[in-house]
Design a protein around this ligand. Structure first.
Ligand code: C2E
Ligand code: MG
Ligand code: MG
Ligand code: MG
Length: 285
């Protein structure tokens, strides 16, 4: 070992780091292959409107059905995809998939929207508004059906250019949701500078809603603020009936979480939505 041999001198070769670098390279080539092998899947998680008592749309959440390792969650590969820039191609694949789903729903007469998560690396050149518009047009899908979910961090990298990216998309009829709201630098001034349609309250505030006074106050404040700015609110990570009752009482109408459904593969989505609809029938209320 180099470090032991030269008293006081340090080696720049760190076996642990080399192994990590090797793993990252493997993962990177694996992701490129995955795109070609069609190993990525868009799972869908229903979003429920409490007052309308129905599923109004879904969030698209990527999964990797690896040929050897099985199902891989996004937290295990999206960060590296962002670092390497591969997120741009993955994002274009997601857009195409989302349009296919939306076109299918439109044919079936289902009145549903679909939201896509967008990374900072995709804005603006990785996902130009014209490309998004072209995708929905090719599939004959209404722009209002496609929602782009961004976080505040996404907007901060290059304020001017992300503002025009947002503006162009909204002018074309796409809707924008501000994801993970409350975890970043969320403030009223951001909402003014970056006009969005809806905020999604981060699940970390929902988890302890029934036990933690501060979380409850914060969620209440977000809902009140959103109402005065005429924004919609989606609560994400709603897992039980108690949280649901709290949110309903606070006036939050849009709910996403395991309480209603986990993210499911697209083949299972209709069944998930039907089971949610049944839970609203009088005999189950
Ligand atoms: P996110 O956009 O905030 O998505 C919500 C996450 O909460 C999802 O995790 C979802 O499965 C999970 N979730 C939903 N309901 C519940 C619940 O009741 N309890 C708990 N504990 N969790 C719940 P997932 O699918 O693992 O995705 C993690 C993150 O990965 C997403 O957070 C998003 O930031 C990112 N991501 C997912 N798909 C994509 C994608 O296609 N593109 C990009 N750029 N990022 C993606
Ligand atoms: Mg999201
Ligand atoms: Mg979120
Ligand atoms: Mg997130």
């Amino acid at each position: 070992r180099a470090k032991a041999s030269g008293g006081g001198r340090f080696s720049f070769f760190d076996p642990a780091m080399a192994e990590t670098a090797e793993r990252r390279r493997t993962l990177e080539t694996d992701m490129q292959l995955a795109l070609r092998r069609n190993e990525f899947k868009l799972f869908l998680q229903p979003v429920v409107d409490l007052s309308g008592k129905r599923v109004v749309g879904a969030e698209a959440l990527i999964r990797w059905q690896h040929h050897e390792k099985g199902l891989i969650v996004p937290d295990a590969f999206i960060p590296l995809a962002e670092e390497t820039g591969l997120i741009v191609d993955i994002g274009l694949w997601c857009l195409e998939e989302a349009c296919l789903r939306l076109a299918e729903w439109q044919r079936e007469g289902r009145d549903l929207y679909l939201s896509l998560n967008i990374s900072a690396r995709q804005i603006p050149e990785g996902l130009p508004p014209a490309v998004v518009l072209d995708a929905v047009r090719r599939h004959g899908v209404d722009a209002s059906r496609l929602v782009l979910e961004i976080t505040e961090g996404v907007l901060l990298a290059d304020v001017g250019r992300s503002q025009s990216w947002l503006r162009e998309l909204r002018e074309s009829g796409f809707r924008i949701y501000l994801d993970d709201f409350g975890t970043g630098y969320s403030s009223l001034s951001y909402l003014k500078r970056f006009p969005v349609d809806t905020v999604k309250i981060d699940k970390s505030f929902i988890r302890d809603l029934n036990r933690n006074e501060n979380d409850r106050a914060l969620v209440e404040a977000i809902i009140a603020m959103a109402r005065s700015l005429r924004l919609q609110v989606v609560a994400e990570g709603v897992e039980d009936a108690e949280q649901l009752a709290q949110l309903r009482q606070m006036g939050c109408n849009y709910i996403q979480g395991y309480h209603f459904s986990m993210p499911v593969c697209s083949a299972d989505f209709a069944a998930a939505a039907e089971s949610i609809a049944r839970s609203f029938l009088p005999e189950n209320a």
